[in-house]
Ligand binder design. Sequence first.
Ligand code: NCD
Length: 307
Amino acid sequence: MNFKGQHILSTAQFDKEGLLEIFEEAKKMEKVLQDGGSDVLSGKILATLFFEPSTRTRFSFESAMNRLGGRVLSNADMAATSSLKKNESLEDTVKTVSKMVDVIAIRHPESYSVEKTSNFSNVPVINAGDGSNQHPTQALLDVYTIWKEKGSIDGLTVGMIGDLKNGRVPHSQCDLLKHFDVKFVFVAPDALKMPDEIVKELKSVGKEVVEGENLSELIEEMDVIGMTRVQKERFESEEEYLKYEGIYVLDAKIMDKAKKDAIIVHPLPRVDEVSVELDSDPRAKYFDQVGNGVVVRMALLKKVLGY
Ligand code: NCD
């Protein structure tokens, strides 16, 4: 894949070769980090424009840029503090910022908004999460974590549990995992099921997909236990959300039924869906994922900037 100068808007853009290219580069970035970073992106500037709360994703992009010797212009609360407050359009904002920097990472609550505004940028735009649609860099780091931990992705049964309707992370993960010989097990209440078009797409490329609601039964065959949060901010009302709050809680009792060499992944933040008692379980990889996020974003920033 040619990454130089490209917008990264969706995991659908990635073929298997491109994905493995990013993973190999991320592995090299682990070494670069151990050696104290590099200055390969010195003179380059990243802008992070965030219209939704974030801890990991924004800091991870910024850490990645800094570790490679680049610089960062950051706005963690664009909606409240930028000229959008004066009714400037998102398009004009992005067009403006793109005149000052070399790459932009945008998070926005509306699905497809990042893609639409990328047309107004003359530098690469990276989607850092658009509504319930996509979160490509999170999925890249999740699949990188699986690849690193399990040695290979082929032959694995990957579970995705929680709000599969509104969670942008599982949507993006499916696009990447479909390039491998993977069986999918989706666990969600009926109202929060994986969208039909994603299930159809997976089946059309020959993947086996199992859908159900009972985590303690379905967990037994999972090699990867992909937990996600119920996406409170995407519900029409608090009342509607409360119907699903706490619907799945992964704890030591359920983990007794899981494979001894399974891994638990979660993009974080967690609310109550992964019990804190599991943090010391060697199968829990969700805090290791944070470190993997930095090297994966280092790899991606390097590639889109042509290095
Ligand atoms: C995810 C997101 O923002 O979609 N978080 C993250 O980027 N690490 C998952 C979530 O918020 O549930």
